[in-house]
Design a protein around this ligand. Structure first.
Ligand code: AMP
Length: 254
C-alpha cells in the first residue's frame, strides 16, 4: 500500500531516514489527474531509485486565471490507482497553508526565459512553478527529480534554477507521451468537448509539418485554434493555443 503523507515534518523525517539507510530517493511532483505521461515519469523513478516519492498539489500560485485553478481536474481515486500500479512508495499531499506559511512573500524569480513563450501570456506563472518546485525539493531532498519534456520551458527553468542555486539534485527530463493520434497527454485534455478533442491532434501535426513557425500559426488558426504563440527556439518549435476554453501547449524537435 502506498503511504500517504500530508505533514511536511513527517515527509522530512521519512526521507532523512531513507538517506541514513543509504537508500536513494526519486521524486515526481505533479498536480494530479494522472495519465500515461505522469506514469512514464513515475516508472522511470521507480526503476532508478530505491524509494519513489510522488506529490500531488494543485499549486494555486502558478495559475494566473482563477477559473483555470477552479476547473483543474481532480481525480484522486484514479490517481491512487496509477501510483500503486507504478510502484510508488510515498504520496505527499501537502496543504496550501503549510506550504505557503509565508503567504507567498518569498518567491523565485528568473528574469529571462520565464518572460517569453508561456511566460509572456501567463504573468507570474513561472514564479509560482519555480517557488513550489524549490519548496518541494527542499522538503523531499531527492537525489533525482523527474520532469516531462511536454513542458519543456518549465524543465529548462527548473534545471537552470537547481544549477544556479547549487542544489544537490539531478533534474531528469522525460520524453513527451502522446495519444495514438499524436495529441500530447495532458490533464487538461479531460476538459475538451468531443468536437474539440477531434480537432486537437492537428496541433502537434501542424507543428511538426509546417515549414515555419509563421506558417504553423496560420494553419492552426484556419483549423479553429486561437493561437497564443508558435516560436522556434533551441532547435524546438514551441506553441500554445486555445481550443475553446482549454489552453494546450506542446513542443516538437525541428
Ligand atoms: P502536471 O501534473 O501537469 O504538473 O505534470 C507533472 C509532470 O508530468 C511535469 O513534469 C510534466 O511535464 C509531466 N507531464 C505531463 N504530461 C506529460 C506528457 N504527456 N508526457 C511526459 N510528461 C508529462
Amino acid at each position: 500500500m502506498i503511504r500517504q503523507v500530508t505533514s511536511i515534518d513527517e515527509i522530512k523525517y521519512l526521507t532523512k531516514t531513507f538517506h541514513s539507510k543509504k537508500k536513494s530517493v526519486g521524486f515526481v511532483p505533479t498536480m494530479g489527474a494522472l495519465h500515461a505521461g505522469h506514469e512514464s515519469l513515475l516508472k522511470k523513478s521507480v526503476s532508478e531509485n530505491d524509494i519513489t516519492v510522488a506529490s500531488i498539489f494543485v499549486n494555486r500560485t502558478q495559475f494566473n486565471d482563477p477559473d483555470d485553478y477552479k476547473n483543474y481536474p481532480r481525480t484522486i481515486e484514479n490517481d491512487l490507482h496509477v501510483l500503486e500500479k507504478a510502484g510508488v512508495d510515498i504520496l505527499f499531499l501537502p496543504k496550501y497553508e503549510e506550504i505557503y506559511n509565508d503567504d507567498y512573500r518569498y518567491r523565485v524569480i528568473e528574469n529571462s526565459l520565464s518572460k517569453i513563450l508561456c511566460g509572456s501570456s501567463r504573468p507570474g506563472h513561472f514564479e509560482g512553478v519555480l517557488t513550489i518546485v524549490l519548496k518541494l525539493l527542499n522538503i523531499v531532498s531527492p537525489a533525482k527529480a523527474y520532469f516531462g519534456e511536454k513542458d519543456y520551458q518549465q524543465y529548462l527553468l527548473i534545471d537552470g534554477m537547481c544549477k544556479a542555486l547549487f542544489m544537490d539534485v539531478e533534474i531528469i527530463p522525460c520524453p513527451t507521451v502522446r495519444e495514438k493520434d499524436g495529441l500530447a497527454m495532458s490533464s487538461r485534455n479531460l476538459l475538451l468537448t468531443s468536437d474539440e478533442r477531434k480537432t486537437a491532434p492537428n496541433f502537434s501535426k501542424v507543428l511538426r509539418n509546417a515549414k515555419s513557425a509563421a506558417l504553423a500559426k496560420a494553419r492552426l488558426e484556419e483549423l479553429g485554434f486561437k493561437v497564443d504563440y508558435v516560436e522556434d527556439l533551441y532547435k524546438r518549435r514551441f506553441a500554445a493555443a486555445f481550443l475553446g476554453k482549454v489552453r494546450l501547449i506542446d513542443n516538437v524537435q525541428i
